[in-house]
Structures are given as C-alpha cells and as structure tokens.
Write a protein that binds this ligand. Structure first.
Ligand code: ADP
Ligand code: MG
Length: 385
C-alpha cells in the first residue's frame, strides 16, 4: 500500500500538523547547521500556500526526565523559521488544552520530547496531538525509524494523514535505489566499523550486484581473507560474518592501502600493497590502485548507494581514497544516493553535493532503510485510512 502525498489531501482552511525533524546542532542558542530547518520549509510553505494553518512539531536532542532541559528549547528554531518563512512563528509551550490557529498562521510546539509520553508512543499524548489538527503530515524522515507519539501513535487518531514533500522524496529515492534499481547496483560501504553496519551488509549482499568496501570495515574483510593488517582497527569477532558476506556477494578486496604509524595532523601516509602492511602500521585509507578500480566499477553502475568514507578523510593525507570514490560517484551516470552523517560531511568537504542525485537527510533512518527494515513512521502512514 502506498503512502498518501500532500497533493492528494484537501488543505484549504484546515489545521495541518506537520511533524518535522528540526533536531539541529546547537552551540548554546546558536544553530551551527540549519540544513534540517531548510529541508522542512517546502512542506510548510506548500500547506500555507494551499490555505492551511500550520502547527509544526519536532524534537530537539535528548531531554532527560527530571533535569533542567531549558537548553533544549526550540526557541532558536522558532526564530530561524520566522526568518525563513518571513512570517511570525510563535513557540507554544502549553497546548494540551488546544490552541488557536487561523489560516496562514504558523505555530511551533515546544520540544515534543519534553513530554514524557513522546518516546513511549503514549496514546494520550498522541490523542492530544491529533486534536490540534484536521490533517497530519509526517515530514520527519530522520525520525521515521522511531515509533513515537508524534511519528506513529498520532496517525491512528486523525482522519487525514500523509507524507510531507521531504519524506516523500526520501521514500522515492530509497525505493528507486533498492526496490527496482537500474542494474548493476553498486553499494559503496565504509566508515569505521562493520558492527554498526552488519545488517546493512547482510541486506545489501543479497540486493546489490557488487559491494565496494573501504574504511575500517575493510580491515575485517582483509583479515578474514588471511591478509596481515598490522595494528589496524579490526573486529576479529566478526570474521565469520565477513566471510559469509563475501561468499554470498561480489566483493573485491582492496589491493593496496595507505597506512600510518600514528594518526594526527603531522603523520605520514605510506602506500602499501595489502599483503605488505607492517606490524606497527594501521590502515587509514584505500590505496590509489584500489580507488581506481572502485571508480571504474562505479562508472559502469546503473545505481550507486554510498554510505561511509573510505578512510580517515578528516585528515587531508588520508582523504584521497574517499575523494577519488566521491568524484567517481559524482561523475557517474548512475542514479546515485548517499547517506550517513560522516558521508554527508565528506560530500560537503569535497563540494560535490550538486552532482549526487539524492542525499538522504536521515542518519539512523537511512541505515535502517538500507538494512531492508520497514520504518514505523512510514508504516503508520500506510495503515492510515
Ligand atoms: P557515516 O556517519 O557516514 O555512516 P561512519 O560513522 O560509519 O560513517 O564512519 C565515519 C568514520 O569512519 C570517520 O570518522 C572516519 O574517520 C572513520 N574511518 C574511516 N576509515 C577508517 C579507518 N581505516 N580506520 C579507522 N577509522 C576510519
Ligand atoms: Mg557517523
């Protein structure tokens, strides 16, 4: 069953509750990256342009019960929304007895995780939220993997519900890459560890035509193949998993790597064939020949999914492997999809955002989707009337 879209729903003169993901990084009360706020604007503007009154709801950080959580107020976000929407945006702290809302008005509820029922998916809180609106819109992809009152429970108590523009585009991009991909489908996977991405690897080994691995996770694959990896980060307990994944997929191992004896601004990177890593060295990046081979596979792909840097790209001397692979993805004619906090940071660092077809706004939610899991926030919309 499909999820309703915003354009399918009557919005004129109705109260629309939009669950956005406005969980932005803050330094005190200063927003250090407003990407998530910017990403929420099109849906809010769409509802306003179609005659709705809008209530926005989001969480911010992880408030602790019984602690002073005033630093997690959404006031700075309300201020930023007011600037971006160019209209008043009041932060509402008390709303459980209802609130006044006219067409064209925008109100932002205070951090929904200040309510203890939110993360428990409490039905009373879900009902209170539902009573504020005629239409519920979920646009919070970043929180779609959580069954909370504002992402899941609320849907049961509203007549009309749908995905917002951002959530709809996330679902469309992920389905395009995974459900019926243009082949070959190439998954580029890196980052520090296999452990956090074991489910991703297990799912993609069945779905993708080729897996290209880099980063710390490649070390465990190398060790599983009997290659010495010196002092590198490794998860020996996952060797059997690594073997099973490799057996069930096309997963070419790195043929060369960059190593270092210490990891800091001044440390030197050595180029080594993978069987020549010395005992005191750690692998910090894929080597140039590996990067060239990966780039060739990417150039011939129909679809590319990318999560995880190929090396410790935060240091320029260990960033080449990630850069070559990132450029290959940017240059590829394939449908390209990338996600993950550090992956998006790498994309910004290399200034290639415009040349990736879709960059997911969800970290955990993106990973769960590519694990093949269904996300509660999306499932709730499918079940709605
Ligand atoms: P994402 O946030 O995109 O999902 P991860 O959090 O899994 O990515 O991994 C990113 C981190 O992996 C980066 O901080 C990077 O420095 C680290 N990393 C990459 N290659 C290695 C390596 N060979 N050894 C140790 N850490 C690595
Ligand atoms: Mg990360």
């Amino acid at each position: 069953m499909r999820v309703n879209k915003l354009a399918d729903i009557q919005l004129d003169n109705r109260r629309v509750l939009i669950r956005a993901d406005l969980n932005v990084p803050l330094d005190g009360t200063t927003i250090t990256n407003d990407l998530r706020i910017r990403a929420s604007i099109p849906t809010i503007e769409f509802a306003l342009a179609h005659g709705a009154g809008v209530v926005v709801v989001s969480h911010l950080g992880r408030p602790k019960a019984g602690s002073d959580n005033t630093h997690l107020s959404l006031q700075p976000v309300a201020d930023r929304l007011r600037l971006m929407l160019n209209r008043p945006v009041n932060l509402v702290k008390e709303w459980t007895n209802g609130l006044d809302l006219g067409s064209g008005e925008v109100k932002l509820l205070e951090n929904i995780r200040f309510e203890s029922g939110e993360t428990k998916n409490d039905s009373d809180l879900a009902r209170s939220l539902a009573s504020l609106c005629d239409v519920y819109v979920n646009d919070a992809f970043g929180t779609a993997h959580r069954a909370h009152a504002s992402t899941h429970g609320v849907v049961e108590y509203v007549t009309d519900s749908c995905a917002g523009l951002l959530l709809a585009s996330e679902i469309e991009a992920l389905e395009r890459a995974l459900a019926n991909p243009k082949r070959p489908l190439v998954a580029v996977l890196g980052g520090s560890k296999i452990s956090g991405k074991l489910e991703v690897l297990h799912n993609l080994k069945n779905v993708a035509d080729t897996l290209l691995v880099g980063g710390g996770m490649a070390n465990t694959f190398l060790l599983a193949a009997g290659t010495p990896i010196g002092n590198s980060l490794v998860e020996s307990e996952l060797i059997d998993d690594a073997r099973a994944i490799r057996q069930a997929s096309d997963l070419p191992l790195p043929v060369d790597v960059m190593t270092a004896e210490t990891i800091n601004d001044g440390s030197h990177a050595f180029l080594r064939l993978t069987d020549a890593v010395r005992s005191q060295e750690s692998i910090v990046d894929i080597g140039p020949e590996t990067a060239r081979r990966y780039a060739k596979v990417i150039a011939e792909a129909g679809t590319v999914i990318w999560n995880g840097p190929m090396g410790i790209f935060e240091y320029p001397q260990f960033a080449d492997g990630t850069r070559v692979v990132a450029d290959a993805i940017a240059d590829s004619n394939a449908f390209t999809l990338a996600g993950g906090g550090d992956t998006v940071a790498a994309i910004e660092q290399f200034d290639i955002s415009d040349r990736i077809d879709y960059i997911s706004t969800g970290g955990g939610a993106f990973l769960e989707f590519i694990e093949g899991k269904s996300l509660p926030g999306i499932e709730a919309l499918k079940r709605s009337k």
